[in-house]
Design a binder for this molecule. Structure first.
Ligand code: NAD
Length: 341
């Protein structure tokens, strides 16, 4: 490593290439260069919150998103900033990734076709985007000597775990095409680290919630779907008996985890959750109480591909400084205050 943290002549040549500079760069340019990051899927729920925090922390942020499920309105306030660039394109476009990753320090890889039910409806496209897209992200990152790829994995890789809380070394049992694609992404990250020396970290998110999740999508996640209905004075719909439980993680904890994972020497796989589990019946009651709505939840048939219980053991992530700070009650209170439905 030289004084600017650059690896060697190849990386320095790339640095010149990235900035169009023929010779030595000014310290200021190098400083800016050092702080350039890409957020794939940055117009989506998690990606947009992450891009926002990275911008606040002084990074130069490139948001890559094809807007298939993400929305420009999630980042319209951000792209006004000089340090933020939005590129509409796909992670399946390798030449685009190769170009975009020039001079990039970290890639936060959030882009995916998320949600279990969507993957059951369309496993082929889910496979193409989530597995092939991730492979292309890793190829372009390796070629550009990116310092680390932080990959958005999922607790769904565990399936029905034999016991709770779930630990990273437990046997994995993906129950849906989506879960399988997330696991394949993790395996690719591991292989790129082992074979090509590309630093990678996979964060297994446990049910993330917060603003900017579409409450009315047919693939809506449970908290935003409940809020969407309750705000229209409609009873929340619970799939199954409601005794299934989830570890709900507030978006701000997930953002914190991503940035720490990039900046620390974390490598490999980590659970990112709250460490607590709540049944869907309890969740519905908590939201009804917060919103002061007197509604009785209705039950529908259970959904295939969903595990019965999730709960993260986050002790491994604590080793790189991750601490879940938001209880479900605090997260829900913050979210419902600003929820516009
Ligand atoms: P999201 O749908 O809001 O965000 C995904 C983003 O990726 C969207 O903006 C979408 O337009 C973009 N995208 C999809 N295909 C693309 C492509 N081919 N090229 C470029 N962009 C593309 O979902 P999210 O909840 O923000 O999820 C972000 C990541 O976190 C995903 O990888 C998901 O698998 C993972 N994850 C989410 C949760 C959760 O609870 N939300 C839990 C576990 C893992």
């Amino acid at each position: 490593m030289d004084a600017y943290g650059q690896g060697g002549p190849l990386e320095r040549a790339k640095l010149g290439e990235a900035t169009g500079d023929q010779g030595l760069l000014s310290k200021e340019n190098i400083h800016n260069y050092m702080k350039k990051v890409v957020v794939t899927g940055g117009a989506g729920f998690i990606g947009s919150h992450l891009a926002e925090e990275l911008t606040k922390q002084g990074y130069q942020v490139v948001i890559l998103d094809d807007l298939s499920t993400g929305k420009l309105e999630n980042i319209s306030h951000l792209i006004k900033e000089k340090r933020v660039e939005f590129v509409q394109g796909s992670i399946t476009d390798l030449p685009l990734l190769q170009k975009l990753f020039h001079g990039v320090q970290y890639v936060f890889h959030e882009a995916a076709l998320a949600r279990v039910p969507r993957s059951i409806d369309d496993p082929l496209t889910t496979n193409e985007v989530n597995i092939e897209g991730t492979l292309k992200v890793l190829l372009a990152a390796r070629e550009n000597a990116v310092r680390k790829v932080v990959y958005a994995s999922s607790s769904s890789v565990y399936g029905d775990a034999p016991s709770l809380p779930q630990r990273e070394d437990m046997p994995l049992n993906p129950l849906s095409p989506y879960a399988l694609t997330k696991l394949a992404g993790e395996c690719y990250c591991h292989i790129f680290q082992q074979i090509y020396g590309l630093p990678t970290v996979s964060l297994r998110y446990f049910n993330v919630y917060g603003l900017r999740q579409d409450p009315y999508s047919q693939y809506a996640t449970v908290i935003s779907a409940f809020l969407g209905r309750i705000s229209r004075h409609l009873p929340p719909i619970i799939f199954g008996d409601g005794e299934q439980s989830r570890d709900f993680t507030f978006i701000r904890d997930v953002v914190q985890a991503n940035i720490l994972a990039a900046q620390s020497n974390a490598e490999g796989v980590y659970n990112i959750g709250s460490g607590k589990s709540t049944t869907i019946n309890q969740l519905a009651q908590a939201i009804l109480k917060l919103t002061q709505e007197n509604l009785k939840p209705v039950h529908d048939k259970p959904r295939p591909g969903d595990p019965r219980h999730t709960q993260a053991d986050v002790s491994r992530a604590r080793t790189f400084g991750y601490v879940p700070r938001w209880t479900l009650e605090e997260g829900l209170r913050t979210m419902t205050k600003e929820f516009k439905g």
